[in-house]
Design a protein around this ligand. Structure first.
Ligand code: NAD
Length: 502
């Protein structure tokens, strides 16, 4: 394995900053400093990754005005083909700087090297190619109609950009989730103001460098660093010249953003939290179900919105399944991604405090601790990081807060069920509705159960597998709208019907 330290060192050397890097905003084609700096801290060992320039209200306004101006400039004149060509160049340039992106993502998140190398960065680049090609292959839609005078009329539907789109993204899959929104927004002809999470500013800054290198016209892509309320995020969603908001993050943040967007009736697309169920029937391929559930519970240290935090197992295999999941969880190698760990830390000490508070609560609520439940002790610099053990509970009631609330850590509760109706009821008894996973060899049963899941995506005998053409999103507190494939292009476009009488 290539050393992550080398990547990080190389990345810093390329920036000509041997010690602490300063991450700037990118506005109207310029990298812009600000007076207010905040720290980007490594969750691996608590060390300083970079100082980050926070955007104030004035910088947010400059970014919005620049994005607005760009719509009327060169970018507004680009054909779909020209837009798509430059988006392909963005993908190529991300790949050319692949090692820099890998190092930057690991520096901010501490996540496992294999995940960043195989998922985060390649999929970040792929989003640009995918949405460019999709936008290029859209047919014009025209309808001929008859009229009373017999001459008829032609109705043509054209798709115009929404305008200035605010993109606000979370820290768990920083580049992947940001580009999932930026790529279709740009492919549809919009301009964007983008705010990454304050926890993960590095790959977004590299993306701004990529935009600069490929010659993206000024103002088309603007990057603003900062926090939520009374900072860049809050100012972005309140700005009257922002035409649409696309947000991925916590459901409570979605509610706050929606209130702020209400005054101007801005369209919103929200991808929010989850409390996802996995259902394991007794007829499942046992080993596959165990391996799949280990992935769906512990991937990215449980910090994927799609992770299973509630696992329901048919009673006849319950004890065997709990034992097998415990054994697998205990083989997960936690630690520094540089040393080949399977699982990195939680994103921050603050987030670890939140997860640990659920660990205490679970015991107070009557849980039986099967494994984990505390931070590991390394005896090295990782003790200054925010690591936590993979954790499994049984024995909680369905009304326990730990079964109801999203924890967003490497933890699940396993409970037994006796029949299909019971488990469908339990899986759907949630304020959230993002994803579910069903494990069975009976495909008729799989189809019957999957259709009744109150979620946006339901896997059968797998997890996290996605065709980018399919709609992605959640129901209930898990989101508003769908992104993915044509559904993204529809959100980022405003259809205009031109009816011509013959
Ligand atoms: P978060 O809501 O705390 O922050 C997300 C982003 O919103 C950050 O950039 C933050 O600075 C910004 N923000 C916070 N308050 C704001 C405000 N009032 N106005 C404007 N911007 C504001 O979420 P997080 O902790 O970064 O991410 C974890 C959450 O994201 C989990 O709940 C997870 O389930 C969810 N998530 C959902 C999906 C999905 O596709 N449904 C994907 C990934 C993560």
């Amino acid at each position: 394995m290539i050393s992550v330290t080398f990547f990080l060192w190389n990345w810093k050397m390329e920036q000509n900053v041997p010690s602490t890097k300063i991450l700037k905003n990118y506005i109207d084609g310029q990298f812009v400093k600000s007076e207010m700096l905040f720290d980007d801290i490594s969750p691996v060992d608590g060390s300083l990754v970079a100082h980050v320039c926070e955007a104030d209200k004035n910088l947010v306004d400059q970014a919005v005005q620049s994005a607005k101006k760009a719509l009327d400039g060169e970018w507004g004149e680009f054909s779909v083909d020209e837009r798509c060509q430059i988006l392909h160049k963005v993908a190529d340039e991300i790949e050319r700087r692949f090692d820099d992106f890998v190092a930057a993502e690991i520096a901010d998140t501490g996540k496992a090297y294999a995940q960043v190398k195989n998922i985060d960065i390649p999929r970040g680049a792929a989003n640009f190619r995918f949405f460019a090609d999709l936008a290029q292959n859209q047919d014009d839609k025209t309808f001929e109609m008859t009229t009373a005078d017999g001459r008829g009329a032609t109705n043509q539907i054209i798709y115009k950009p929404m305008g200035v789109v605010a993109v606000i993204s979370p820290w768990n899959l920083p580049l992947l989730l940001m580009t999932w929104k930026v790529a279709p927004a740009l492919a549809s002809g919009n301009t964007v103001i983008v705010k990454p999470s304050e926890e993960t500013p590095s790959t977004a800054t590299l993306l701004a460098e990529v935009m600069d290198t490929v010659g993206m016209p000024n103002g088309v892509f603007n990057l603003l660093h900062g926090f939520g309320p009374n900072s860049a995020g809050g100012y972005m969603v309140e700005h009257p010249d922002v035409n649409a908001i696309t947000f991925t993050g916590e459901s409570s943040t979605g509610k706050a953003i929606m209130k702020n967007a209400a005054d101007n009736l801005k369209p919103v697309s929200f991808e929010l939290g989850g409390k996802n169920a996995a259902i394991v029937f007794a007829d499942a391929d046992f080993d596959k179900a165990v391996a799949g559930t280990v992935r769906s519970v512990f991937s990215n240290c449980g910090q994927v919105c799609l992770c299973s935090e509630r696992v329901y197992v048919e009673r006849s295999i319950f004890d065997k399944f709990v034992t097998a999941l415990k054994e697998k969880a205990e083989t997960i190698k936690i630690g520094n991604p540089e040393e080949g760990a399977d699982m990195g830390p939680l994103i921050s000490k603050e987030h670890r405090e939140k997860v640990l508070s659920y660990f205490s609560l679970a015991l107070n609520e009557g849980a039986t601790l099967i494994t984990g439940g505390k931070p590991p002790v390394f005896g090295n610099e990782c003790d200054n990081g925010s690591f936590i053990e993979p954790t499994i509970w049984t024995g909680l009631s369905e009304n326990a807060r730990c079964v109801k609330e999203e924890i967003f850590g490497p933890v699940c509760h396993i409970s037994p069920f006796d029949n299909v109706e019971e488990v469908i009821g339990k899986a759907n008894d949630s304020d959230y509705g993002l994803a579910a996973a069903i494990w069975t060899t009976d495909m008729d049963k799989a189809n019957r159960v999957a259709r009744r899941m109150e979620v946006g995506i339901c896997w059968v005998n797998d997890w996290f597998l996605r065709d980018l053409r399919t709609p992605f999103g959640g129901v209930k507190l898990s989101g508003i709208g769908r992104e993915g494939g044509i559904h993204s292009l529809e959100f980022y476009s405003e259809p205009l019907t031109i009816c011509v009488k013959h």
